[in-house]
Design a protein around this ligand. Structure first.
Ligand code: ADP
Ligand code: MG
Length: 690
């Protein structure tokens, strides 16, 4: 066993155990040579042959073997984009869509957005009639089905990263299986980094029953073909920590510094969980590097998470400058979606941010939760890309062996299903329970989603989409409650404001959070704070941003994230187009804040809360379920505690917190949702029996 010791306190003891398999490969100097050296190249002809002859082809191959970047190009070379057809390739993550599309455009020597393009929500970089290879999120593919239910412009669709089992991937798989029966010429490729492919194969194989006895088939074989692409990973030495650590962030930082001091050249990839701890990690490492003198300037510490600007993304992929060691601190996006060259060391915190939904409290949280063994193996594999590498796991071997679950739980089984169900309904899938799910969602979550949609007037008594509201809500690419608020703003004459608010709520955060600068951030927020709440505050920020001439300096001065604001502008523009298509008239209410709050209430009435009388700590109760909730410290209404509010979302940490809160007059609840609320005398509102 090898020991790595931490100088200040001896916290970190690692010892190494197992290794993974190895093989070798040479370096290539130009892009075409590089392409031919990828493991998937050996399977090029086999893949083209199988796609020709089978309706569904499943490709299993390790991360970095070339599945995502090469297979769409092979299909293009094989003539699948002739006569105006498009080759589609989906990814669960937006950042991956952008990154692989730009890589493929580069390899093909074309301008991104022409032959090779991409689409993510609120961003379309394609040219109709010109784009042959199109990368998109599976959520966007789902939306495209609303306009074109048989996805007729695609000749082949590759559903990539199927092992991730994202909620949209699962729905898309279920729908594609139906589309295939109507369009036998459509080809599917399902690609996956792990053996999870087996269950996907059996999911597609089940359709055999539908083939109907004796009819001789003319089209492609319905039995899915499976190809596996050999990996080319080098040996990775696995090191476990000897004693559990309390703070994985600190442990990760110390481990990186130890690797830097004690190990030979090679970049380091650190898996943390989300923007907060990654930003903190970057800051801590930079501080450590500064104070440790010698290594000062040798470390190039870069974050990697969705929502990074283009320039920041490019830095991550650009070659490490001579004499430097690159340290990339990433979410689990680098686990399988993106391949980074030059990584020799992996530090695995053992955690990732995962979505969990509780239908009873109706809280969907992104929580930091332990990863599965499958993920841990994937993470370790990232170290063996260019030469033998090392993985440092910040958890014990005992924990890995005995406590880590073998596989993760599909997202479908831990998500709020409101958006998913409205989309299926819009696609004409009425029997939601009987829909062929790759893994069935929980009945409680399903019932809760139907309740929400019913209360919003999106579904009628027969659980069919209402016209026009239901269809309109389904068409707006926002959470149904927000879509409903946008529709209400049309009647109330404040659609301009509601578009802005919706756009701001669609980006991660418009504020810059700097560790240790909370006070300055709070002060900056005060400059924009509106007594009516966060939504109105967003309007003030947006106005200030426009008045500054969309200045990045102005943003910096006010602790506002410039890139997020630019994203808000783009998103607002896209939403405006959808709104106009639906006949929403653009109108501003000027200073009449009341109608804005009413429009929000029309969408979010189910999230109404009132302050507990005599509560000194700002305790609220939700009207619907009488849960205790509190205003989140990030809200401008924190400590202000108005009597009645509606919130945008709940998060639960030590308490249940409301995020993005706006004050309301309780009588509006009955006014906007008479089917839902009952007036019971001054200051008293109750939900009608359900
Ligand atoms: P897979 O999908 O099998 O995981 P990819 O097709 O993503 O594999 O990657 C194949 C190769 O292309 C890798 O060597 C990777 O380093 C390279 N590559 C992919 N994306 C980029 C990028 N944005 N910049 C530079 N190289 C890239
Ligand atoms: Mg890939």
């Amino acid at each position: 066993p090898r020991l790595v010791e931490d100088e200040d306190g001896g916290v970190l003891f690692f010892y190494s155990t197992s290794s993974s398999s190895s093989s070798s490969f040479g370096y290539a100097n130009n892009l075409q040579q590089q392409r031919q050296r990828l493991p998937v190249f050996k399977r090029r002809d086999a893949i083209l042959f199988l796609v020709e002859n089978h309706a569904t082809t499943i490709v299993v191959g390790e991360t970095g073997s070339g599945k995502t970047t090469q297979i769409p190009q092979y299909l293009n070379e094989g003539g699948w984009a002739e006569s105006g057809h498009v080759i589609g390739c989906t990814q669960p993550r937006r950042l991956a869509v952008q990154s692989v599309a730009s890589r493929v455009a580069e390899e093909m020597g074309v301008k991104l957005g022409e032959e090779v393009g991409y689409v993510i929500r609120f961003e379309d970089v394609t040219t109709p009639g010109v784009t042959r290879i199109k990368f998109l999120t599976d959520g966007v593919l789902l939306r495209e089905m609303m306009d074109d239910p048989l996805l007729s412009k695609y000749s082949v669709i590759m559903i990539d990263e199927a092992h991730e089992r994202s909620i949209s991937t699962d729905i898309v798989l279920g729908l594609l299986k139906k589309i295939q029966r109507r369009r036998p010429e459509l080809r599917l490729i399902i690609s996956s980094a792990t053996i999870e492919a087996k269950s996907i194969a059996s999911f597609f194989r089940a359709s055999k029953k539908h083939r109907g006895g004796a009819t001789k088939e003319l089209g492609p074989k319905t039995e899915p073909a499976i190809v596996s692409v050999e990996g080319r990973g080098f040996t990775v030495e696995i090191n476990y920590i000897q004693e559990p650590v309390a703070d994985y962030l600190r442990a990760a930082v110390s481990t990186v510094m130890l690797i830097h001091k004690q190990q030979t050249v090679g970049d380091i990839l650190v898996f943390l969980t989300g923007q907060d701890d990654i930003d903190a990690g970057v800051q801590l490492l930079n501080e450590e590097a500064q104070s440790s003198g010698k290594s000062n300037g040798e470390l190039l510490v870069l974050p990697l998470y969705s929502g990074l600007s283009r320039a920041e993304q490019d830095l991550v992929f650009s070659p490490t400058p001579r004499g430097k060691r690159k340290i990339i601190i990433s979410t689990n996006i680098a686990e399988t979606s993106l391949t980074l060259e030059g990584i020799v060391y992996v530090v695995d915190s053992g955690f990732s941010k995962q979505r969990f939904y509780d239908p009873l409290s109706d809280i969907e949280n992104l929580v930091v939760a332990p990863i599965s063994k499958a993920s841990a193996r994937q993470r370790a594999g990232r170290a063996g890309r260019v030469r033998p590498g090392k993985c440092f796991r910040l958890y014990t071997e005992e924990y890995y062996v005995n406590e880590m679950s073998a596989e993760g739980i599909p997202e479908m089984q831990r998500s709020n299903l409101v958006s998913c169900i409205i989309q299926l309904k819009a696609l004409g899938i009425d029997n939601i329970l009987g829909f062929g799910w790759p893994s069935s969602p929980s009945p409680e979550a399903m019932i809760r989603a139907l309740e929400v949609l019913y209360s919003l007037g999106v579904l009628d008594d027969d659980a069919k989409l209402t016209s026009p509201t239901g269809f309109q809500v389904a068409e707006i690419p926002l959470d149904p409650m927000l879509s409903k608020a946008l529709l209400a703003s049309n009647e109330l004459g404040c659609s301009e404001e509601m578009l802005t608010i919706s756009a701001v709520l669609s980006v991660q955060s418009i504020w810059i959070s700097v560790r240790g600068a909370q006070k300055q951030l709070d002060e900056a927020k005060l400059r924009f704070a509106a007594a009516e709440g966060d939504h109105v505050t967003f309007l003030n920020v947006y106005k200030g941003f426009l008045e500054s001439g969309k200045s990045s300096k102005w943003c910096h001065k006010n602790f506002i994230n410039y890139h997020a604001m630019k994203k808000v502008l783009e998103t607002r523009e896209q939403l405006k187009k959808t709104a106009q298509r639906l006949g929403i008239v653009l109108k501003s209410c000027d200073r009449d804040i009341q109608v804005i709050r009413k429009a929000i209430t029309a969408g979010f009435f189910a999230n109404a809360c009132h302050l507990e009388p005599y509560s000194h700590e700002g305790k609220y109760k939700t009207v619907r379920t009488s849960q205790d909730v509190y205003i989140h410290p990030s809200s401008v209404l924190f400590r202000v505690n108005p009597k009645w509010v509606v919130y945008h979302s709940l998060v639960s940490t030590d308490r249940r917190y409301m995020r993005n809160v706006v004050t309301i007059d309780p009588t509006w609840l009955v006014e906007v949702a008479p089917h839902y609320y009952q007036y019971q005398g001054p200051g008293s509102i109750a939900t009608l029996t359900r």
